[in-house]
Design a binder for this molecule. Structure first.
Ligand code: AMP
Length: 132
């Protein structure tokens, strides 16, 4: 069965897209640790990040690099942190999180509450700062 992230890529499930190319897709995490929390995924569905073929893995890092630049331009933060968990969704992904303190990247900390309109506006801003 297709993962929830494959369904997002295919448009079966909505997402707040910030960037996309032939092989990768980036969108806002629906339950963000901090403002701008973005997930970057390969379109190829593989569960574990380190089971990706090296070409897809390297491409994912390159694409994440570009997304991080757009995040830095959009969200005021000390830096963009990167994390890999994967315990919830079995489709390889990296979390890019604009952080100011370590608790911003701690997945057990309280989540940020955002409304639909806030997600739409933020995704648009990040997308407009994304350079392919
Ligand atoms: P993990 O697999 O543990 O790295 O966590 C999966 C992440 O995906 C969590 O931070 C969820 O909030 C996020 N997530 C799950 N479903 C969606 C969705 N439909 N749209 C955006 N983010 C999602």
């Amino acid at each position: 069965m297709a993962s929830i992230f494959t369904k997002i890529i295919q448009g079966e499930i909505p997402s707040y897209k910030v960037a996309e190319d032939k092989n990768y897709y980036a969108f806002l995490d629906i339950n963000p640790n901090a403002k701008g929390h973005t997930l970057v995924i390969p379109k190829k569905e593989v569960d574990k990040l380190f089971d990706l073929d090296t070409e897809t893995y390297a491409g994912l890092m390159q694409f994440s690099y570009k997304v991080s630049k757009a995040l830095e331009k959009t969200v005021t933060c000390n830096r963009v942190g990167m994390s890999v968990v994967g315990l919830e969704v079995p489709h390889a992904h990296v979390h890019l999180i604009p952080i100011n303190r370590v608790s911003d990247i701690n997945f057990t900390s309280k989540k940020l509450s955002m409304q639909h309109d806030d997600f739409v506006k933020l995704a648009k801003e990040i997308a407009s700062n994304f350079e392919a």
